[in-house]
Design a protein around this ligand. Structure first.
Ligand code: HEM
Length: 369
């Protein structure tokens, strides 16, 4: 697969210059490479470029303007959606199953949202707001799965990340897949072997996996996912030896006595010492600083937040990629990340007569009536 740097203004999808030309980065995935990616991943043949051009021509514009509004009030919306989207796509494909409050039309079934890895997912409210507005303009046309895909891409651009084209025409699942979440979503304590295995099951090679973990360039981690690394790693009564000593002290201070504290991905140096100021920092991160090389630089210094993050340095085949991403101005990472996001956006999609188009993103159709 080849990826080229293109002039993003030439994409017909980007027909709202006031949003996109002001936020687009120079790294983006071209239409030609998107076609390559789609044919690599055969199941997406029914997705189309601008699927709603006749049935709901304003759909993409509505997503963009709602995202611009949301981002102006809450900068961490981009991270919330990126994680939400990843957790949707990795469990039975990008079918909006993660949004459901109800499975099989029955609220007594367990749902994805209740599974441990999904308990701290955020961003459901912005998807609902976008859906509500789109339903007002074109009822029953635009799927929730397409809305998350487009909103995630727009959020990445707003956070200073690369543009990539999103084909549309996904349909929504009629059920939630609670039972699959633990098997398909990687665990914060997973080894590099398991991480690569889980990503390979979804069609991602080592390079794509390392680039996708660069999603941790933005957002926050709760201390609960890090605590055992700090004091009693694997029952040893000692900290994780892969944590750099000066960094260990810093995280211990940040997470002291409070499992609910959250630490910002990668921005320790700019924090002051209180554990409760992390929320504020999120909104003070200027757009454009997120999708750079700091995640990979931190890994090289033993400053990965999760055990799983730091595992990228545990084997030469992934450490080599980390070093490559850290070695330039971020362009290599951004190109690879954009390409991998195209691929992720097309995982296991429902198209044609499969699934349905929900009216309310948290309910299958027959319980919405
Ligand atoms: C080995 C794979 C991965 C593991 C173990 C993992 C685990 C986690 C954990 C435990 C959190 C903290 C959640 C919280 O504190 O509420 C988190 C946050 C996040 N993850 Fe991952 N993740 C992985 C891969 C990815 C990928 C592939 C992406 C996107 C491409 C991603 C995007 C994010 C983002 C943006 C956040 C911040 C969310 C926020 O601020 O609300 N992660 N991840």
């Amino acid at each position: 697969m080849t990826f080229t740097i293109t002039n993003p203004r030439r994409h017909p999808e980007q027909d709202n210059p006031s949003f996109l030309t002001s936020t687009l980065s120079s790294s983006s995935v071209s239409m030609a490479s998107l076609q390559d990616s789609l044919s690599d991943h055969g199941s997406t043949k029914d997705l189309q470029y601008d699927f709603y051009r006749d049935s709901c021509p304003d759909a993409q514009q509505i997503v963009r303007s709602k995202m611009v509004d949301a981002y102006s009030q809450q900068k961490d919306i981009s991270a919330a959606l990126l994680r939400l989207f990843f957790h949707d796509c990795f469990v039975h494909g990008c079918d909006a199953s993660v949004l459901l409050d109800d499975s099989h039309g029955n609220r007594s079934f367990s749902i994805e949202k209740q599974a441990v890895p999904n308990k701290s997912l955020r961003g459901f409210d912005i998807i609902d707001r976008i859906k509500e507005e789109i339903e007002r303009v074109c009822p029953g046309i635009v799927s929730c799965a397409d809305i998350i895909s487009l909103a995630t891409r727009d959020g990445i651009i707003l956070a200073g990340g690369p543009y990539y084209p999103v084909f549309t025409g996904r349909r929504d699942s009629i059920r939630s897949y609670y039972e699959d979440v633990l098997n398909e979503i990687p665990n914060p304590d997973d080894t590099i072997t398991r991480i690569l295995h889980l990503f390979l099951l979804k069609g991602f090679n080592e390079r794509e996996t390392v680039s996708l973990l660069g999603g941790h360039n933005i957002g926050k981690m709760s201390c609960e996912f890090i605590q055992n690394r700090l004091y009693n790693f694997n029952g040893t009564g000692k900290p994780d030896p892969t944590i750099a000593a000066n960094f260990l002290n810093k995280i211990r201070v940040k997470c002291q006595g409070d499992n609910n504290s959250r630490v910002r991905n990668g921005l320790f140096e700019s924090m002051d010492s209180g554990a409760s100021n992390i929320q504020e920092l999120a909104s003070s991160l200027p757009s454009g600083e997120g999708f750079d090389t700091h995640y990979y630089e931190n890994l090289m210094m033993g400053q990965g937040l999760l055990f799983a993050d730091q595992q990228l340095m545990a084997e030469e085949k992934t450490a080599r990629l980390v070093r490559a991403y850290a070695s330039d101005d971020g362009s290599t990472f951004r190109l690879d990340f954009a390409a991998a996001m195209v691929k992720m956006s097309n995982l296991g999609v429902l198209t044609g007569s499969q699934g349905e188009v929900r009216l309310n993103c948290s309910l299958p159709l027959f319980s919405s009536k």
